[in-house]
Structure formats: C-alpha cells, structure tokens
Ligand binder design. Structure first.
Ligand code: ATP
Ligand code: ATP
Ligand code: CA
Length: 218
C-alpha cells in the first residue's frame, strides 16, 4: 500500500531515506531549511519544500498532520530536532521517527513521545563489525539477544552437497530457511536440494549454533 511520508532534514541519512521510500513507490515530502538540499532531492521525492522544522506555522501549512509517518533527520542540532519532534507530536502526527545523536538526545526524545528513535551510525557500526568478523556473513537480523537470522556465503566446502548431506539441524542446531541463487530465492528448500558455489544460505538459530556452523560447517 502506498503510504505518505515526510522527511525533515536532508543530510546523508534523511536524503537516503527519501530516495529509498520514493523508489519503493511511496509518496514522500522532503523538507529542509537549506534551499540547496531541497534542490538536490526534487528528482527523488514526490514533493520538496524549503521550511524550518521548528516553525509550527510552516509545518501546519505543509499539512504535516496528515502524513502517516514523519521522519526527523535533523542531525547535529539537537535542540532543533527536539523542538521539531515536540511540535509534530503536539500537532497530532501519529508516527514520528527520529534520528538521535546520542544517549541524552535519545532520553529526551523518548520523554516527548517520539515513536521510534534510531541511531544509524551505531547500528551500521554493529552491522559492519559482523561483516568484518567473518567474510562469510553477508547480512544478519537480530531476533533477540541470542537468536538471529544470518545470510552466509556457501563455500567450496559445501559445494554440490544437499541439505541431507550436511544435516545442519542435527549437526549444528540451526535451520536453513532459504537458499539464494542470484536473483532466485528458494524459500522452502527440500532436503535433497543441492547447494552450489556462490549460493547464499539464510540460516536461523541460536547465535552460538550459527557461529559453529559458519566456522566448522562452511
Ligand atoms: P548526516 O549524518 O545524515 O549527513 P548530519 O547528522 O550530519 O546528517 P546535519 O547535516 O546537521 O546532520 O543535518 C541534516 C540536515 O538537516 C541538513 O541538511 C540541515 O540543513 C537540515 N536541518 C537542520 N536544522 C533544520 C531545521 N530546523 N529545519 C529543517 N532542516 C534542518
Ligand atoms: P559519526 O558520524 O560516525 O559520529 P563522523 O563521521 O561525524 O562520525 P568525526 O566525528 O569526524 O566523524 O570523527 C569520528 C572520530 O574519529 C572522532 O572520535 C575523532 O576524534 C576521531 N578522529 C578524527 N580524525 C582522526 C585522526 N586523524 N586520527 C584518529 N582519530 C581521529
Ligand atoms: Ca553525522
């Protein structure tokens, strides 16, 4: 379903959010107080406006209250980010997502009712650390402290072996959810399906089990 988003602050983070939402086919209003930033986004958003996110009247005249989501991506100026978030919540915007700069910023945003607070630099740092720790790890989703879904590159060690041959569940305690091969994704692999070199295995399980599969099985 096509949703309506407004993004306030078009730094690297805000403009990436805008462009991706636009690509996904959503309606996106891009807002920045800097005319240059607004000019750069016009081809990658549905509407673009020069406005100050801390100006209540300006926000009202953009009809900000009617958007499904408003993303506050004002980075370095914590005061503006907080004030903008406060105004949006007071105006009745239902879902306000905010990029936080640090833990104090996070605490204040929580108190004033931000619906979701994101820390892209920290999150990206964590993700990259996982990639660095093993070249086999393509991506991962943390399900809880102990459980994850991880994408692992199939190595020559498992080439032409089937899921039965490997018996991953019995040997390592984790489950292969899907096998990606180029653009194709086999989402319910049969036990006899063979793994080819270059395949990407999507594995779910306890972190400890995934690590042992990754280190010993691949
Ligand atoms: P990134 O790391 O994503 O590049 P940043 O954390 O460095 O961003 P800034 O560059 O400080 O963040 O701010 C992002 C954008 O927010 C800038 O384009 C800036 O013009 C815009 N901005 C800052 N204050 C306001 C405001 N009050 N209203 C609208 N836009 C604002
Ligand atoms: P982020 O957006 O991830 O918070 P940033 O891209 O804004 O970071 P900076 O704040 O410029 O990057 O630098 C990050 C850290 O790198 C800082 O703690 C700074 O002290 C350190 N740093 C910068 N230059 C050097 C240098 N030449 N040698 C060692 N450390 C450095
Ligand atoms: Ca930054």
């Amino acid at each position: 379903m096509r949703k309506q988003f407004a993004v306030i602050g078009l730094g690297r983070f805000g403009s990436s959010v805008c462009k991706e939402l636009d690509k996904l086919g959503h309606e996106v209003l891009a807002i920045d107080k800097d005319v240059e930033k607004v000019n750069q986004i016009t081809n990658f958003s549905t509407h673009a406006a020069i406005a100050n996110g801390t100006d209540e009247t300006a926000l009202q005249s953009l009809g900000i209250r009617n958007f499904d989501y408003v993303i506050v991506a004002i980075g370095d100026n914590i005061q503006s980010s907080v004030l903008c978030t406060l105004l949006l919540k007071e105006m009745g915007v239902e879902r306000v997502w905010v990029k936080a700069q640090n833990d104090y910023h996070h605490k204040v945003l929580e108190k004033i009712g931000a619906d979701k607070i994101v820390h892209p630099e920290q999150d990206m740092g964590t993700r990259i650390a996982h990639h660095l720790s093993s070249e086999k790890i393509i991506d991962y989703v943390e399900l809880s402290e102990n459980y994850s879904i991880v994408e692992l590159s199939a190595t020559t060690k498992v080439k032409n072996k089937s899921l039965v041959d490997l018996d991953v569940r019995a040997n390592y305690g984790c489950t292969i959810l899907a096998i990606k091969r180029g653009a194709n994704v086999n989402i319910s692999p049969a036990p006899t399906d063979a793994i080819l070199e270059g395949d990407i295995l999507i594995v779910i399980g306890h972190n400890k089990d995934i690590t042992s599969f990754e280190e010993e099985g691949l």
